[in-house]
Design a protein around this ligand. Structure first.
Ligand SMILES: [Zn+2]
Length: 170
């Protein structure tokens, strides 16, 4: 009689714990010929809630998010860089830390704004619904204002949910 042998099973990670954040964010795109591309990941925490939304996200809640900022250039500086990662950290990551981190990002029409403001809660108010899409766009516009050669910003709201903003022309 053959000895009992347990069936072989392949190990799979549940979707929530798969290391998806480390994957490139530019779905289906490649670096154009003759160009260089660098990517910087910036972690921060924020709270929000969505207006005109029937699901759980209509309630105040928070995220440990990660912004993924993509810079591109055809020329390298005399150090051999598209842009210094340290300068991205010093400027854009600093702005995120000072402006968005540990704040409630809310639509300025949200009725909760008045109460939270009276309680002294730190707010960052925007004209649109504070979705991952709109927060990605805010970070993109700040990066551009800082002079970074940004082409795209993604916001990983959770380990499995990501929104990306890329304008028509960069
Ligand atoms: Zn949310």
């Amino acid at each position: 009689m053959p000895r009992f042998q347990a069936p072989r099973r392949s190990v799979t990670f549940p979707r929530e714990t798969a290391p998806q954040r480390s994957l490139p964010t530019l779905f289906g795109t490649t670096v154009p010929p003759g160009m260089y591309r660098i990517t910087k990941h910036i972690d921060f925490c924020y709270g929000h809630r969505l207006l005109n939304y029937a699901g759980k996200c209509r309630h105040l809640h928070g995220h440990n998010a990660e912004a993924v900022v993509v810079l591109e250039g055809g020329e390298l500086d005399d150090r051999g860089m598209v842009f210094d990662f340290t300068d991205v950290k010093r400027n854009l990551a600093r702005w995120i830390d000072d402006t968005l981190d540990h704040r409630m990002i809310l639509c300025r029409r949200d009725p909760a704004v008045e109460t939270l403001r009276a309680l002294g809660e730190p707010l960052f108010l925007i004209d649109e619904n504070p979705t991952a899409e709109n927060i990605a766009k805010i970070i993109f516009e700040e990066a551009r204002n800082q002079g970074l050669p940004v082409i795209e910003v993604s916001l990983w709201e959770t380990g499995s949910s990501c929104a990306t903003y890329r304008p028509d022309s960069v």
